[in-house]
Design a protein around this ligand. Sequence first.
Ligand code: HSE
Length: 400
Amino acid sequence: MNIAILGYGTVGSGVYEVLQMNRSYIAKCAGEELNVKYVLDLREFPGQPVMKVLTHDFNDILNDPEVDIIAEVMGGENPAYEFTKKAILAGKAVCTSNKELVSKHGSELLRLAEENKTNYFFEASVGGGIPIIRPINRSLTADDILEIRSIINGTTNYILTRMKGDGLDFDEALKEAQDNGFAERNPAADIEGLDAARKTAILASLVNQTQVECDDIYTEGITKISAADIAYASRLKAKIKLISLIRRIDGKTYASVSPLIINNRCQLYNVDGVFNAVMVKGNAVGDLMFYGSGAGKLPTASAVVGDIVEAAKHRHINVVTIWDPEILKLADIDDLVYSFFVRVPAAQAENAKSHMRIDVIVDAGIPGEFAFVTEPMSGREFKSRSSELEIISRIRAELA
Ligand code: HSE
């Protein structure tokens, strides 16, 4: 069976490598040899074996009836959207790591795949090498999923880990993540929480079986997290993590991405570096946790190649995934109850004491300010109590 890889960047070269590295085992799983017939990229790769199969023209792939499966690992919405649509309409299966495309057009592309008796698979779009899409779509169909709580951006988790553990500053840690191939081409998508929001939108769409828009998800990144915040969290024997939350309760769905201060009572506390973890709570199965490398060449390629094998085993047989196009209206996350870690100028200490319900005062030896953690309260109550305060920083916390 012939494969084409669209994009020879970090993930694309990983897909090529994994298909060579595990060739015979993969052939057994797929039922036949998988041969890379084309790699599409605008660049040249002089002296590299990939040159033998390199093309600069997508039509070479589209018009070749021998190509059954396409790995779309170019990222970005365009031209990936057009290429994917054309490939599916031509009856080719598409396997992707492209969370931007899946979060925006997943519903439509799945419908097209169904109509054309082929498949659109996207295991690598969430959590890098962690199997989470197929477990949700195939293994957990007995359950009503009540909550998914996760760390699903490797770059920000890497940055926060390096800032806390090794005292690196933000830019140094980001540079390391980029050098390791974890970050997006434009790392603003990572550090501002957009990448995690896209993945949250995919998971929320799957568990609700209908479209959840990325733009509707409350999203805060880590750009405002400072070394001082991390020092305060350490005083609380806690860490700051970028947490994605999907909670389904009383017929409402909440979805958010935001920094959260957690201690070691939360299983996500020890998920460090580029690792991701996804905790799923089902109403029958209870609590599950999926852990692994959330970004990087070979882990992400592993998920793409797993999908390629699945596509090979389901040639011209659509594996149904329900994802309706109707947009779900998300509930207001200010209903949710958290504690809040707050820093204010020292001059406002009395003001804070009289307006906030303070649980614990925190001293990290930083002069000129007053820091505390509130008792648990809704976001709405926090906003109204803190409206008169000049806040240096505030971070949600779960420390119970
Ligand atoms: N930039 C992403 C991350 C890559 O850091 O998690 C994997 O989706």
